[in-house]
Design a protein around this ligand. Sequence first.
Ligand SMILES: Nc1nc2c(ncn2[C@@H]2O[C@H](COP(=O)(O)OP(=O)(O)OP(=O)(O)O)[C@@H](O)[C@H]2O)c(=O)[nH]1
Length: 575
Amino acid sequence: MHSLDPGLLVRHLYGTVSDFALMTTNLDGTVTSWGAGATSIFGFSADEMIGSNIAAVFTPEDIAAEVPQREREVATRSGRAVDFRWHTRKSGSRFWADGILTPIRDYTDQVVGYLKILRDITDQKRADDEMRRLATMDTLTGLSNRATFERHREEMIALASRNRQTLQLLLIDLDRFKEVNDTLGHDAGDRVLHEAAARIDKTRRGSDVVARLGGDEFAMLQLSPGADTAGGVVAEKLLDVLSKPFLIAGREVHISASIGIAVYPSDAIDSDELSKKADLALYQAKAEGRNCFHYFTPALDCAAHQRNSDLAELRRITREKSFALVYQPIVDMRSGSTIAMEALLRLPNSPLAAYPVNEVIELAKEKGLIADIGKWVFSESCRQLHRWRSAGIGQINIAINTCAPELLRPDYLSAIATNLEQFSLAPADIALELTEHEAIEADRSRSGVLESLRSQGFSIVLDDFGTGYSSLSYLRSLPVTSLKLDQSFLHEIPHHPDANAVTRAVVALAHELRLNVTAEGVERIEQAKFLLDVDCTAFQGYLLAGPLEADAALEWLSQVRQPAALLDIAPRVDG
Ligand SMILES: Nc1nc2c(ncn2[C@@H]2O[C@H](COP(=O)(O)OP(=O)(O)OP(=O)(O)O)[C@@H](O)[C@H]2O)c(=O)[nH]1
């Protein structure tokens, strides 16, 4: 076998290999050889480089930091030095090099020079950088993402601790952002998030960190040498910039935000704990009506414990089905007959009974328990209607409250069909009440559940009409049969001309759209007279009867009433 002539090999490496730059220098960095690959990568010819210092291909910053010398020192000491940095070409442009410098030793083991081999990996470096950037960034808004925020939070706590500073964490959550998605679509929602992020980012000072934690929640970390209350100043500013209208596809969109603030070290000294405290403060800001900020206070910790025990109780009563229903009559004032009984949830024998039932229902929605509760309510309402029917009450329907998470349960339609069959009822016996908001959510899911219910013959009632968007286009497109005017409509009639005009217009509109209208919360004779005057003839409210226990409801249903007598007597029957 012939051995390869080393001279031939060196000539090949220097003369032919073009993807790798090969060069040698002496001890002070003067170039002693320069291969064809080096010429092709750096743009300098061998004539230009041999005898010059290798520093010519380093960046001015690296030359100032004496990188070329240090590289040689490391190579001498350790046998190799990695060259993984920007270099400059003859043209002045830069490329990212991946190379290695090794010492050349003579026969006495003395270092007499260096061999450098490197290649241009700029494209790969850019791709890696972009991947790293994307991994730390929220792609919709360009802000830092949650992982990056958590890293910064740790680092800034350490910094605050070293420098005896405070660190404010502001959690910023847009208010009712779901409605933006529901009414304008997800793309418009994305644009609002993008613009909101830009506004929040503009509010920050140089050293602050702003991140999108997910959904419509943002965070700002702010180091401050001063008082714990510095977060309030920036919170005011944030509320102000976010309350300015957003122009999305030619439409003005109005949003607001709620902000929770926790401060290191007074509220928490641990990084996760700081976020938990800010979260409690945010929850409180939402509870206080939104569009405001709240500092963490120790009292919020107690409130959080209370919420946890409330939730455990709610889970218990949901599991054990320890609910009850009461029934409030809806009366046709022209005939005096009761059109339907609305089933209303009660929580007897539970500490949760101390809260308004709507608050418990909200908690159940938030924690995903509402569909199970709704299932029980539907079945129990059907059972009760069956009992009334069996007791000889003929023409009476039952109104049952429902919501989107329940309607969207995969087994919803089959479960209610089973209930109807079990209690010998027909869809026409049941009115399903849901708020406009819930109806829109169910509609947007494209499940077709509302249409299916409607086509089977269920009545579908938009509850609390007047408190949501009260959007005319939805009123036209949703498959509803009735509206229930919210009680807030009635508060000011008949003494306030504007309230009168709006009520009159809504009733007329409902009639035009062939929808039935019920007024709920009718409490005073003059309200009743006004409503009759504008042709709203179905009433529910304390003027007639409050919610009744099943037996009292049966007694109510067994009596025959004359319309005039209903108004004259105006009995108050509390359940
Ligand atoms: N357009 C859009 N919507 C999102 C995105 N991420 C989450 N959402 C929606 O943002 C909404 C966030 O809702 P929440 O914060 O729970 O509730 P909210 O409606 O803002 O009400 P409050 O926070 O209680 O005032 C949900 O409806 C999500 O589906 C996103 O990237 N783009």
